[in-house]
Design a protein around this ligand. Structure first.
Ligand code: PHE
Length: 493
């Protein structure tokens, strides 16, 4: 008497009739309701972990993480002071021969565990010691990601400050514009806070609705702006000289330890390696995707944008020189790092009146976007850990992680001279390569080879005979650790 007003499957009908041969319509609705609730509960459990909605979304998010201040600022200036094209060649070699295999270690470990770095290293461990060391490495990774974000947010804040200063100045708000572009405690704190708030807002939105959505919007904007800016700068007087410095290699510098060490640091930093960023992004990739080709695309976008940025920054410097701006330091080398971005380029923009305002807005907007798509991936590292380990809601996890990192960042702002450089050196020059080494050891030695191959072969495109499947496990086991150890040892010696 109860079953004729709803349609349902045979199994459920059998259950209802077994338990309740004389169920009333009301009771049958209750059963139906319970079933829906249970189903929703199960769905909520499986989808509690975010997942990227599309391949394009993943590539934009991972490339967004990779493409950051490191590419647009770090890479071109390092190229300029390390032998131009010589550095570019070494960097490209390291990016594909070292950084890409390590990137693959992170992506594969992450997708295998569908969890954060601690969970992933524990999952592939075969005994207690390995699990213990893996946990320690995961914690160091989370700490390093937070440390990187704490200095990154300060610099990114400056980008926002400069970006706002130009239009404000043009509108007559000179005082505010000056405050925004001059080094100072309150200004540094406030801009950092704004940037951290933006980062938190995106991450709190979740993987698909926050990280993926914003990366899909911002990355195309970044690429178009970068291309337009470099095309324009290329038409200006003096650009050719900068191009020559960038493209003609100073071979005497090739293979100097310093150059190779710098290129390795740059490649690791640029591909966001070691700290579990790519690992957690990999954990949000669906099992249907072919990881090796996703990894190649991310690496290509990253390297491509670094090289493209060189076509903007170096010509821009020589255009500035043509207009009387000082671009060399006392030792005769090119000005680099903060002086380049916050003195040389602004002087160039100032010499161009209205055009300069538009260019400045585009340039600092570009830098802010690049920074934001990277900072969200850094924040995702502690946030995903808090969500997975303590079952916190995303909002709460994002808020608390942001609060802690903001406090660290404020400590750096307040002790700028002692802490700023130190934090950068510790986190990017030593911690990142060391953690990268640990990831290679876990992927290459600890992880059982057959399980690893199965993970790679989840997608049918990846048959055991592909070049990647044959070489990579061996490569990540012997070659990557050897390269990292050699470069680290030589630079310490
Ligand atoms: N890849 C980013 C850049 O080039 C920096 C980064 C490092 C991002 C580590 C995430 C993790 O600026």
């Amino acid at each position: 008497m109860s079953t004729n007003f709803t349609t349902r499957g045979g199994r459920e009908r059998a259950i209802i009739s077994r338990h309740n041969a004389y169920a009333t319509p009301f009771e049958s609705v209750t059963v139906q309701f319970c079933k829906i609730t249970i189903k929703q509960g199960a769905a909520a459990l499986t989808s509690q972990r975010g997942e990227f909605g599309s391949r394009f979304g993943f590539i934009m998010a991972a490339a967004g993480s990779a493409v950051g201040l490191g590419n647009i600022w770090g890479f071109p200036t390092q190229a300029a002071s390390n032998g131009g094209a010589a550095f570019v060649v070494v960097y490209l070699l390291l990016a594909f021969l070292l950084a890409y295999p390590v990137l693959m270690a992170e992506l594969t470990l992450g997708r295998h565990a569908h969890g954060n770095m601690i969970a992933a290293l524990a999952k592939v461990s075969r005994n207690g010691t390995q699990r213990g060391i893996g946990t320690l490495m995961g914690i160091v990774g989370i700490f390093t990601a937070s440390l990187i974000l704490s200095f990154y947010a300060i610099v990114s804040g400056w980008m926002i400050g400069f970006g706002a200063a130009y239009p404000l100045d043009a509108l007559g708000a000179t005082e505010t514009a000056t405050w925004l572009s001059e080094f100072g405690l309150s200004r540094n704190l406030m801009l950092m806070l704004i940037f951290m708030t933006l980062t938190m807002a995106v991450v709190a939105g979740g993987v698909e609705k926050g990280i993926e959505r914003w990366s899909k919007r911002l990355m195309p904007a970044l690429i178009v702006t970068l291309i337009l800016l470099s095309l324009y700068v290329m038409t200006l007087e003096g650009a050719g000289k900068g191009l020559a410095v960038y493209l003609v290699p100073d071979l005497s510098k090739l293979w100097s330890t310093e150059l190779v060490f710098n290129a390795m640091g740059a490649a690791f930093f640029s591909l966001s390696l070691g700290v579990g960023t790519m690992l957690i992004y990999g954990s949000y990739v669906s099992d249907e995707e072919h990881l090796p080709s996703l990894g190649v695309q991310v690496a290509l976008v990253d390297v491509g944008i670094a090289v493209l940025a060189g076509f903007l920054i170096l010509p821009a410097m020589y255009v500035a020189a043509e207009r009387g701006v000082m671009i060399f330091n006392e030792a005769g080398g090119l000005l680099s790092e903060d002086t380049l971005i916050f003195v040389v380029l602004p002087a160039l923009f100032d010499s161009m009146n209205e055009t300069g305002t538009v260019l400045a807005l585009a340039f600092f907007g570009l830098m802010s976007i690049a920074a934001l798509t990277s900072s969200i991936s850094m924040l995702e590292v502690p946030v995903s850990f808090l969500v997975e380990r303590f079952q916190w809601g995303r909002l709460r996890a994002a808020f608390i992680a942001t609060a802690i990192i903001t406090a660290m960042s404020a400590a750096i702002v307040m002790n700028f001279d002692t802490l700023f450089g130190l934090v950068i050196t510790v986190s990017t020059r030593y911690s990142q390569p060391l953690l990268g080494l640990a990831l290679c050891v876990y992927a290459g030695w600890v992880w059982r080879r057959d399980v690893l191959l199965k993970e790679l072969a989840k997608n049918e495109e990846a048959t055991a005979s592909t070049f990647f499947m044959r070489w990579w496990p061996w490569y990540v086991r012997f070659v990557c650790p050897a390269i990292i150890v050699t470069i680290l040892a030589r630079s310490i010696a």
